[in-house]
Design a protein around this ligand. Sequence first.
Ligand code: SF4
Length: 450
Amino acid sequence: MVQSTEVATATVCPFLFRLSYPFGANFGTGVFQVGIVAHEILSEALPGPILDAWGTNPSADDSTVRKIMVEMAGLNEETLTNNIEEMTKRGFVLREHFREEVLDQARGLVQGILDGVISKQTAPHRILTEQTITNLKVHLEGRLDALLEWGGRQYGVLDWKTGNLDPIRSGGYDQWQMISNVLLANYRYHGDEDDFTGLRFAKGIYYQGSHNFRMPPSPMALAKVKQSRSYALNVLSDRSPPAQKPRFCPVCDGCTGPVDDCYFYRYEGKLLREGTLPKPLWNIRRQLMRQAYEVIRERAVTHKDKFAIQKFVDSWGLDEALSELEKAGIIATGYRMGEVSGRRVTLHGAGERRFFRQRAPVRLVGLESGIPLLACVNESASIVETRLGEIEVEFSRKPLTRRAIKELKDLPIVVLPSEINLTRRMLQPLHIFHRMAGDVMIPGGTVLGG
Ligand code: SF4
């Protein structure tokens, strides 16, 4: 399975993707804490105060931005306080004007969506945020920032660009990620990733602006994304397909990327091919690569339940598959949202007891008519306890609990097993050790310019 973000990275540069898999170099998308919190605020505000304001056909000026920000004030405060507490607990040192910066970014994004979307479209019937869509037919998964829905299966896809205030441009990471996400949205609404008929728009919202991505994309852009997807899948399936370095290094030539790590691995690869890699380093490399590929194989196993479920659905149809999977103790069906207590929610179902281990991560899927199971509205949680006719689950944050209640409250819920993906965390120490060994053992010490 490959994620939309990984497809985008592989489209920008296949070497950049290879730095993550198999090497495990963390090329920091940048832990932009300000952007992360602003993103969280907008995710909750969009189907709330922003959608409410949208329904009143507001004017696209500062007074509307101010009005929306006033409506968002309670939510902003709670999200900020929770995040600051959590980050402080985890030892992050926050920037001096952290609160002000987050609120300024949120205000800039509200202005961006007001000018670029709200002033140009009627209010949608429903907005879903942070939705994971899995299309096993093409081994693609992604988390979409926002899906906007109108009647007649019309939809729009939005992507927040936070953390960096620059405008979005075509031909870069944002475009590739958007194409990949739109393919998932097409699958959700039409069961076919190449069917763009219901798509109204795909826009990126940045600080005080928006970018309209060409949809359907040009045949060349679409082919490029699909080729990169195959490339990424090949790497994740233990193969080593040839990769071509872009003529211009779009990320690293701006001195903002992992140029040093890339040079290291390419130089090491060159020595290997020439047969001049020092023997001790050759040995270390061999062992580390073996371990890295084992980690990647384990990563594939984290998706096994999804593949098993899809296989059942393809063979027997949805209803029979769900019933058989429930009999086999793999899933639980027919639950409804019940009582809420802090981050916990009790789900009510048939008078039987289902068995999930405590703390097991699960995906709560709200069954929607005519939409593939793994593309239906869903939220992640963990099991607290299973009782006769009840399952108590916990969400990791309060806003997620509120979002889950809003999105799932009218739908029958299926509880699917899920897994936490720790691949990057497991690969990173291998990379650090590999680099240390290389820096010591390669004659000359440094490989930059090699
Ligand atoms: S330095 Fe160039 S080739 Fe290497 S990862 Fe960056 S963009 Fe790709």
